[in-house]
Design a protein around this ligand. Sequence first.
Ligand code: ADP
Length: 606
Amino acid sequence: MKKVGFFRSIHLKFVIIYVLLILVAMQIIGVYFVRKLETTLMTNYQESVKSRVDLLVYDIQEELVKERGKEDPTKEEAIRQILMDYKPNDISEIRVVDGSSFKILGTSSLSNQGMVGQRTPDVKIKRSIITGEDEDVIQLKANERVWVLSTPIMHNGEAIAAVYLVANINDIFDQMNDINTILATGTAIALIFTAILGVLLAQTITRPISDMRKQALAMTRGNFSRKVKVYGYDEIGQLAITFNNLTKKLQEAQATTEGEKRKLSSVISYMTDGVISTDRKGRIILINDPALQMLGVPRETVLSQPLVSVLGLDENYTFDDLLQEKDSIVLDYSTKSKPFILRANFSVIQKESGFVNGLIAVLYDITEQEKIDMERREFVANVSHELRTPLTTMRSYLEALAEGAWRDEEIAPNFLETTRGETERMIRLVNDLLQLSKLDSVDYRLSKEWVNFPVFFNRIIDRFELTKEQNVTFKREITENAIFVEIDEDKITQVLDNIISNAMKYSPEGGKITFKVKELDDQIVASISDEGVGIPKDNLDKIFDRFYRVDKARTRKLGGTGLGLAIAREMVNAHGGKIWAESVEGKGTTVQFTLPYDRSAEDDWS
Ligand code: ADP
């Protein structure tokens, strides 16, 4: 906010109001006082002049009445004498005019003696003689203010003459001017004093107000530490107290909001789900790290970008569609090599009035879940398929038997043998499935024992060697040193059984199977190599998946369930080892697995 200049400040306004009030008051008082004084002075003066003129009138009346009717040449002389005798300072001239002829009978002015005997041109004199009443007027003569009075001299109700006088009233006006000057000076001094006083008094009001203004400015900058000084307990003082309380409350509210904001932002940043928030136009204003990772974009490039385009939805959705979207949207970002599926849920940020402020999108990585769902669906389909094949075979054979084939001594045993074989296969399949489900269960435990691995391995190979019906040779490259590992004997036996029986199954006539055990620092590697058909490179990893077979028709014929290696992998993994296969098509396959090995523990045994 701008600083308030002195000329626009409330302080100056107060002073101006003060000064104007005083000025108006002084003006009203002055005008009234001067008017009143002027009339009083004038009236007093006029009355004093009149009372003096009354004496003169009386003298002249005497003289005129005495000489009435006679043509007396001394009459003018007598009047002149009276006028000469009667000569106050403030009256510049007195004339006496005859009532019937309007001739000037005499004048006190020496320079105007020539007018005596002439008719007066003055209208006022004539009018006062005719009306028998005083006529007066204030005139300006030769820059002097004069009061001209014409008084009739009455005798027997008739105006026999008139006294005309010119009185100088400049003194009165001089006096008035002096008084006006005094009043003006007084007003000026009063104004100066009130202005100074106004400045000081206005401060008592403006200082707390300007304090509050500064405080409010500081508050907008986020500084709540200031306090307004309370100068008194009047309305402004109480305003200051309330203002301070308000500041405190605001500070607390701000602290709470900040705290909530911090909590929210830490919740958002530590969330494993992705969170994106937009403004009301759908541009991204906040995005947390998991969301950035999921979308594989840097923060700088997505901020203030439209959400729909960042999520890659701009072909099918607009921002308004997302605002209406009640269900979640599945975003499939899978590539050929890597599946990646997100689910996005949207919630609208709305004011109470219904005004949309923005949108929050929460992204969940559902790849794993989708994978599990898919595997489960696949698994069920596989199991059904695996069971249906032997069951269909059995049904058709049993049908044939029921329809009379049982009587045929040659076919019947053959059919029964096939049915038995299929039943065996189903039992094997169900057993394998049971085993897998046991391995999958949470409370699955290995019962481990310390086993001398080369001895254990040789024993299993011996068993195969004794029972083998094929023409294959076994080659052992197994150390004679004792290697003690902690394993669940049954489980690893099953792993080896599965691998070795596969090697035998896929070995050609006269093929060779090589068994090796390698001792590394912290693990042992067991490997079984054959010289069989081999496995195409692309399928090497997949052979450990459930129900996976490279050549479905052939392996089924060999009696495989497609679960052997899957079970082997689960068991090796449960031991903390790894299993993999290497193969050259047409040349042979090597299946290897590792088991953890602790040399120091072995030392204890030896
Ligand atoms: P199966 O019971 O069908 O043998 P496995 O899980 O043991 O099931 O093996 C999965 C698939 O891997 C087999 O069907 C076969 O195609 C392939 N396979 C496994 N071992 C060998 C091997 N030694 N040589 C060639 N192919 C093999």
